[in-house]
Design a protein around this ligand. Structure first.
Ligand code: NAD
Length: 234
C-alpha cells in the first residue's frame, strides 16, 4: 500500500513586477510615478479627501486597463505550480491576474481594484460589474463608494494572516517587488530558518542581507520558468 506524502508548502509573494509583462506599469520603474501620476495625489487618504473625483478617475482608468490585460507566463507558471505544491499567493497587486491565470488562493494585501467599498464602513465591500465607480454612487449607508484598495498611510489588515502563511512555507518565492513598500516588505522576515527563498526581479530590489536568498535577475516569465524547473526536480 502507498502512503501519499503531504505536498510541500509554497508561498509566492508578488508585486507590480509580476504584471509588468501584461502591460501594467510598476511605479518604481517610472521614477516614483504610477502611470504618470504622483502617488501622493491619487493613492492616499489625503488625496481622497482633497480631490475624490480625480482619485475615482485614476482608479477607473487602472480598472479599465486591468480588464483589458491578460495574465502572462509568470502568472501562469505560479498557477500551474498547484499541481506540485500546496500553493498560496500573497500579492501586493490590486489586479486580478493571478486569479485569471488559475491561482485558487490569492490573498490581496493591498485590496482589489475590481471591488468598491463604503467610505464610512470598511466591511461593506461590493463587486464592480463594469469598469467604473461613479461620483455619487453610494453604499447601503448612503456614503460615497471608494475603491477597495489600501492607500499609502492606511492599515494593512491582511498582514497577520499573510505572516502566518509565510511562516508555514517550505519554499518562498518573491517576484517583481522593490521590497520598498511597508509593512509588506517585512513579510520575508517571517520565513522559518529551513525555508528556501528565491527572488525573481530584473531590477534592484532591496534585498535583506541577513537572509539567504537566491536572486534570479530575470523578468517574471523567464525567472519563474527557471525557478519552476529547479524546484519541481527536488
Ligand atoms: P514597485 O513598483 O515598487 O516595484 C516593482 C518591482 O518590479 C521592481 O523591483 C522592478 O525591478 C520589478 N520589475 C519590473 N519589471 C519586471 C518584470 N517584467 N518582471 C519582474 N519584475 C519586474 O512595486 P511593488 O513593490 O509591488 O510596490 C508597489 C505598490 O503599488 C504595490 O503595493 C501595489 O499595490 C501598487 N501597484 C500595483 C500594480 C498592480 O496591481 N499591477 C501596479 C503598480 C503598482
Amino acid at each position: 500500500m502507498y502512503t501519499l506524502l503531504p505536498m510541500k508548502k509554497l508561498v509566492v509573494f508578488t508585486g507590480a513586477g509580476v504584471s509588468a509583462e501584461s502591460g501594467i506599469k510598476t511605479f518604481r520603474d517610472s521614477g516614483g510615478l504610477w502611470e504618470e501620476y504622483d502617488i501622493m495625489d491619487v493613492a492616499t487618504p489625503e488625496a481622497w479627501h482633497r480631490q475624490p473625483e480625480v482619485v475615482l478617475e485614476f482608479y477607473n482608468a487602472r480598472r479599465k486597463q486591468v480588464l483589458e490585460s491578460e495574465p502572462n507566463q509568470g502568472h501562469r507558471i505560479i498557477a500551474e505550480l498547484e499541481s506540485h505544491f500546496d500553493v498560496d499567493v500573497i500579492t501586493q497587486n490590486i489586479d486580478d491576474l493571478h486569479e485569471r491565470a488559475g491561482s485558487t488562493r490569492a490573498m490581496h494585501l493591498h485590496g482589489e481594484i475590481r471591488k468598491s467599498k463604503s467610505s464610512i464602513n470598511p466591511n461593506l465591500i461590493y463587486p464592480i460589474s463594469g469598469d467604473k465607480i461613479a461620483w455619487g454612487e453610494t453604499c447601503e449607508l448612503g456614503s460615497q463608494l471608494r475603491p477597495h484598495v489600501v492607500w499609502f498611510g492606511e492599515e494593512v489588515p491582511m498582514m497577520p494572516p499573510a505572516e502566518r502563511l509565510v511562516n508555514e512555507a517550505n519554499i518562498f518565492i518573491i517576484v517583481g517587488t522593490s521590497l520598498n513598500v511597508y509593512p509588506a516588505a517585512l513579510l520575508v522576515f517571517h520565513v522559518r530558518k529551513d525555508c528556501k527563498i528565491y527572488l525573481v526581479d530584473p531590477g534592484d530590489p532591496i534585498i535583506p542581507s541577513q537572509l539567504n536568498i537566491t536572486w534570479i535577475k530575470e523578468k517574471a516569465g523567464e525567472g519563474m520558468r527557471m525557478v519552476r524547473d529547479e524546484i519541481i526536480k527536488v
